[in-house]
Design a binder for this molecule. Sequence first.
Ligand code: NAD
Length: 252
Amino acid sequence: MKKPPSGLITALKESNNLLVLTGAGMSAESGVPTFRDAQTGLWEKFRPEDLATPEAFRDQPQVVWDWYAERRTRISTISPHPGHAALVEMEQYFECFMLVTQNVDSLHQQAGSKNVIELHGNIMRSVCSRTGKAIDDEWIAASNDRPPLSPHHPSGLARPGVVWFGEELPTGTMNRATAAALDCDICFSIGTSTLVQPAASLPFVALDAGATVVEINPQPTRLSSAAHFSLRATAASSLPVIAAALAGYKRA
Ligand code: NAD
């Protein structure tokens, strides 16, 4: 994208309160596949939607643990892209800036974003399958079991610290994200298919509350026709252009 729509920059200029919702597409240009991308290698015959569930972990804990171990290894080698950096830059131009991500890869925090809500947890953390208590990395590294036993419960196992399909989000987390959607002047929905609930409801909550809604996605989604601006662009190609245009106005 060479230039953002001028109406979008005017709306941003007049706003104090920005909410950004990101999904797997935000990380795609850093090399993290979305769930809609085909799986490769060992995992070709599995669908992510079938592995990222409590039932899969109950029935095949080792398969699920190994799949997450492979994702962790891949994620530990990647870096944020210019789209992540642009969001860090944009943060300074607003009195209130909240970044709600469905991603579990910490790329926003690695880039330097401060006000981040991780709706679906973080893949680098492990928790006890019975109590939900955090398990230290040293404990995981010292175990040869896949998955390691939990130190917190006699029949607990270590599991990834993420929210699986079919699991409830921590109440406080979703309440804070919903409050931000109700309060914001502008809501960006970036790289998300807006299919996975309840995260997918957030841009619609913002829309109903009177906010300007901006979608960034190379593909149309169910949000596209309702959004005020639906940009058919990738995160890394469009966000730096928007941040640069905004810097011109905000610094003037
Ligand atoms: P999704 O896989 O359902 O949709 C991804 C969306 O991103 C698609 O609409 C696609 O068109 C768009 N997209 C692809 N490349 C893009 C780019 N370069 N720039 C902008 N948009 C792009 O993802 P979702 O809506 O986030 O839901 C899937 C679930 O999977 C979430 O719960 C999320 O937690 C999880 N997930 C997380 C990661 C991660 O942490 N990086 C990766 C895969 C899946």
